[in-house]
Ligand binder design. Structure first.
Ligand code: ZN
Length: 424
């Protein structure tokens, strides 16, 4: 049973409300601000395939960086678009986010009103834009898209457009987003399902099409387009993603400097070439393609979970976000994660205990942040319930990528067991 945090102000931000319908002025304002933000970046937005398409329709987009919003706004202007925006996306800019017609939700929670708000936007004859992976890609490849996306499309019976951004991860990788690499950005908007197709398909068939169409790999894209990333610091931060050494198997002892990645345990080093591929300095390259290394780490986590060896406990620095205006520092707490009980955050704030829990079946993914500015540039994981989000910074170094992989693995196992249970 959850025990809420004893905040001084008990009010919570109400997400159970319909979004504003943006006026022409605010659509124009969003466009102008996006164009300003895109100044100095080399980008193209290909909208040729959706030229004649009449709203309402749903746009599903991959997610790599905040720039995705700016590129989408450039591609859809002057049409009326409501974006689904994560709760913390409002901090410092809630007024603007509200007036441009955004829908607010806490990531990886069950939000019934989100479904109602989406329906409302489409009934108004507008465009709904959402990021179904609900996270920035850490590896330049697609993350899991939940079954609920297929159900949502089936329910609303409007055409679906997929917006695929290329190069945004290469330019500003999530694990080192402050240091930009010189990479041209390319966005393509493409219709993938018509109203008639949706009528004849089941929700799971729709999900299958969406998952297939949303696949991408920014490193293969780099190779294909011959993009060379020459910045001498290009590997810095990569050890946050590639936290396990494939040579000696040690976790959390990887480091990076300049264009090199290395293991502080066994001393092995890899050079990150300008074409985006890795090369081991000893000549034995385990993984040259970064997403392959990342998937190997996922497999290691899966095996740990299956052997019953996976369990995470750490002291964490906790920041609460009950409302959108600011983070509240709650001090030290304890975070645990295991396949049986999921995530639990507990601590004491203003003399009273709090305890929030998310069971394995309640989260199909984990919201993580690297060097998150709002919590003093530290890595954190976010445990969200329906009316609060706790940003937890682990004491142990470099933990958040593994926690994210473990959440994915445990959710998939939960789903498999549930399917098996239903079949028996
Ligand atoms: Zn090693």
């Amino acid at each position: 049973m959850d025990i809420e945090v004893n905040y001084r102000n008990k009010k919570r931000y109400n997400t159970a409300k319909y979004p504003r319908r943006p006026t022409r002025f605010w659509i124009w304002m969003e466009y102008i601000l996006s164009r300003i933000a895109l100044t100095g970046k080399t980008y193209t937005v290909d909208t040729s395939a959706i030229e004649g398409l009449q709203a309402p329709y749903i746009i599903l987009s991959n997610h790599m960086h905040f720039t995705d919003f700016e590129l989408a706004a450039a591609g859809t202007y002057p049409r009326k678009v409501s974006n689904v925006v994560s709760f913390e996306g409002h901090v410092f800019r809630w007024f603007l986010i509200d007036w441009i017609g955004s829908i607010t939700t806490r990531r990886f929670t069950f939000d019934l009103h989100l479904i109602k708000s989406i329906r409302k936007v489409l009934q108004r004859g507008d465009i709904l834009c959402m990021y179904p992976e609900a996270r920035y890609t850490p590896s330049g490849t697609a993350s899991y898209i939940p079954d609920s996306v297929g159900k949502l499309i089936k329910m609303n019976k409007v055409p679906v457009v997929i917006t695929k951004h290329h190069g945004n991860h290469l330019r500003a990788p999530f694990w080192d987003f402050r240091h930009k690499r010189k990479v041209p950005l390319h966005t393509v908007m493409k219709p993938v399902l018509t109203r008639q197709q949706i009528e004849t398909m089941s929700a799971s068939q729709i999900s299958e099409v969406i998952r297939r169409e949303m696949q991408y790999d920014d490193y293969r894209y780099q190779k294909k387009k011959g993009i060379r990333i020459t910045e001498p610091f290009r590997a810095e931060g990569l050890h946050k993603l590639l936290y396990q050494c494939p040579h000696c198997g040690t976790e959390f002892e990887m480091g990076s400097q300049g264009a090199e990645l290395f293991c502080n345990h066994c001393g092995k080093r890899w050079f990150w070439q300008e074409d985006g591929y890795l090369q081991a300095l000893d000549g034995n390259t385990e993984f040259s393609h970064i997403p392959d290394w990342f998937e190997w780490e996922r497999e290691q986590v899966r095996q740990q979970v299956e052997r019953g060896e996976y369990c995470f406990t750490d002291e964490v620095d906790v920041y609460g976000l009950p409302r959108v205006w600011r983070f509240i520092h709650l001090g030290q707490g304890k975070l645990t994660h295991n396949p049986e009980t999921g995530f639990t955050v507990e601590g004491i704030y203003r003399g009273k205990e709090y305890r929030l829990n998310r069971k394995p079946g309640q989260s199909c993914g984990l919201h993580i942040e690297y060097d998150y500015l709002a919590v003093k540039k530290r890595d954190c994981v976010v445990v969200s319930v329906e009316n609060d989000s706790l940003f937890c910074c682990p004491t142990k170094p470099n933990q958040v990528t593994k926690l994210s992989l473990a959440t994915d693995v445990i959710y998939q196992q939960y789903k498999m067991q549930k399917t098996k249970g239903a079949a028996q």
